[in-house]
Design a protein around this ligand. Structure first.
Ligand SMILES: Nc1ncnc2c1ncn2[C@@H]1O[C@H](COP(=O)(O)OP(=O)(O)OP(=O)(O)O)[C@@H](O)[C@H]1O
Ligand SMILES: [Mg+2]
Length: 285
């Protein structure tokens, strides 16, 4: 079976790569209830800034990690994506940002089909992305990392630097320090700051609180809210599911590459099924 063109739109041959059983709409995700009705998605996504429809994507030919995932975010929203390890959360963010080839389905930004556009084109269109790991240049200083973030808009460096330092004051004080010598929490601030240098309208954050102490985790959630309140639409993948659902306007539970639940953060955190399967002791098993 042939792989679709790396930067092309999904083709019939790409769809043919999808095993029949993953195309079929089942009502079960590994024994768990799954969202099979797309009505809420289709209604909510109508005036979305960024939306993904029935995404199939993966790394190895013939093996899909995303199995029809839907997602949308409206202007000004902060949405959270939670789910078990290996559910495809990072893959979903990467597929929105052109880092994983979408085999079938579409990604749309402000009504424009951006499926499989490369990351630099997406940055130019106002999408920012902070990867889960290796998200700073360790040998460069904080300031140089931020300059790298602004390489497409060097004239804006000063203005954006001030904006970033309002959210992360520690970065200004230590601007000449090498990123490699910073703590995990400080590195995360540099990574988020770098993505903000291009003035994104939508920011994708992959597990920004991972590996941090509880106190620093809390700070990251406060900073994500600050970024959102400053007018940036935020999509946040998080392993700290409860905290994420507490702060997000809307949340998704992703399981085995497709939507298991989608509701307001408040509804999800109080949903007995979500608690049992994803937030309780079973979720940690
Ligand atoms: N570069 C890659 N090549 C091949 N398989 C990959 C690659 N990256 C991820 N995978 C596989 O894809 C699946 C989903 O991975 P992904 O990183 O999207 O999950 P996740 O939900 O972000 O998990 P986590 O909570 O551990 O970060 C896993 O089975 C993983 O092994
Ligand atoms: Mg991940």
């Amino acid at each position: 079976m042939s792989e679709p063109e790396p930067n092309g739109t999904p083709t019939e041959s790409a769809t043919a790569d999808i095993p029949a059983e993953t195309v079929a709409d089942t009502s079960d995700v590994g024994g768990r209830a799954a969202v099979t009705d797309r009505t809420d998605h289709l209604a909510g996504a109508q005036d979305a800034v960024l939306r993904a429809d029935e995404l199939y994507a993966g790394y190895v030919p013939g093996v899909n990690i995303l199995n029809g995932a839907d997602l949308y975010v409206k202007k000004g929203e902060l949405i959270g994506i939670i789910g078990p390890n290996g559910a495809g959360k990072s893959t979903l963010l990467k597929s929105l940002f052109g880092l994983v080839n979408v085999r079938s389905g579409t990604v749309t930004l402000n009504g424009e089909d951006i499926t499989n556009l490369k990351a630099h084109s997406l940055v130019a269109r106002g999408v920012g992305y902070v990867p889960q790991t290796n998200n700073v240049f360790p040998s460069l200083t904080i300031e140089e990392n931020l300059e790298m973030g602004a390489f497409q808009v060097p004239a804006k460096f000063k203005e954006r630097f001030e904006f970033v330092c309002e959210i992360f004051p520690a970065l200004k004080e230590r601007r000449k320090q090498r990123a490699g010598s910073l703590s995990g929490g400080e590195r995360q601030m540099v990574a988020m700051g770098r993505a903000l240098m291009t003035e994104p309208s939508v920011l994708l954050l992959d597990e920004p609180s991972a590996g941090l102490s509880p106190k620093l985790q809390d700070l990251v959630f406060i900073q994500a809210q600050q970024i959102n309140k400053a007018g940036v639409t935020v999509i946040m993948v998080e392993q700290n599911a409860r905290r994420c659902l507490q702060i997000c306007h809307r949340g998704y539970v992703l399981d085995q590459g497709r939507n298991a639940y989608m509701a307001s953060g408040k509804d999800l955190i109080n949903d007995p099924k979500v608690i049992e399967l994803y937030l309780g002791t079973l979720a940690r098993a």
